[in-house]
Design a protein around this ligand. Structure first.
Ligand SMILES: [Zn+2]
Length: 219
């Protein structure tokens, strides 16, 4: 049972494939608060929808609306859009980045934080987001630190950190998860789920039914 979960991810849609089922599962238990802090609006994304319905100017507004729709689908009511620049997280002033995460830690006192692994998450924004969370929590005294669960995707990630120690079966929450994915209409990843190709229930369960996390160990 978690009192309050803080999810920190850099892009609208990062939540959809990786944690939406887990969050829906916790919210279904009734006594867990969830806050989703999204660092950017994904405004540098190259995908504009299929067929395109966004452009460079409208994309941030559209992605903000998609993020809100995704959170509604999952059941998340507390969304914090932190206003950092997409594709720039690794170059952000670390004091400013860490400070915004630290402020949330102080305000919310989460029992569990979920973010990307600081080196095994492929996209520089993902790694830099995870690194900021690890730095911020690492500065807390050990007795005050929340549990930290990381997402990892890099090809070599199991050689580096082994098998995930948390595997959540979210097959009971695929309705929320698929609605979260489909809320991000402008994004390419969602296209195959929105287009002509309709996945069977078995395919959906096989592809989206498990969510995997690695507990971060502060040494
Ligand atoms: Zn991302």
């Amino acid at each position: 049972m978690e009192r309050h979960i803080l999810v920190v991810l850099p892009h609208p849609d990062d939540e959809a494939f990786s944690v939406s089922g887990t969050i829906a599962m916790y919210l279904d238990q009734g006594s867990t608060e969830v806050t989703y802090a999204c660092l950017t609006l994904g405004e540098m994304g190259r995908n504009m929808g299929i067929p395109p319905f966004a452009n460079r100017v409208t994309l941030p507004v559209i992605r903000k609306q998609e993020l809100e729709a995704s959170c509604r689908a999952i059941g998340i009511r507390d969304i914090r859009m932190l206003g950092f620049h997409d594709k720039m997280i690794e170059f952000e002033d670390k004091a400013k980045l860490d400070g915004s995460i630290e402020a949330l830690m102080k305000e919310l006192n989460p029992s569990l934080v979920i973010t990307f692994h600081p080196t095994l998450s492929v996209h520089p924004d993902h790694n830099a987001c995870g690194a900021a969370v690890v730095r911020t929590i690492g500065r807390m005294t050990a007795d005050r630190r929340p549990t930290l669960h990381c997402l990892a995707f890099a090809n070599n990630h199991e050689q580096e950190i082994g098998k995930p120690d948390i595997i959540n079966d979210v097959t009971g929450f695929l309705k929320q998860k698929m609605a979260s994915i489909q809320a991000h209409k402008s994004q390419f990843q969602a296209a195959e789920l929105l287009g002509n190709k309709k996945l069977s229930d078995e395919e959906i369960q096989a592809r989206f039914g498990m969510e995997r996390f690695w507990t971060y160990r502060f040494s």
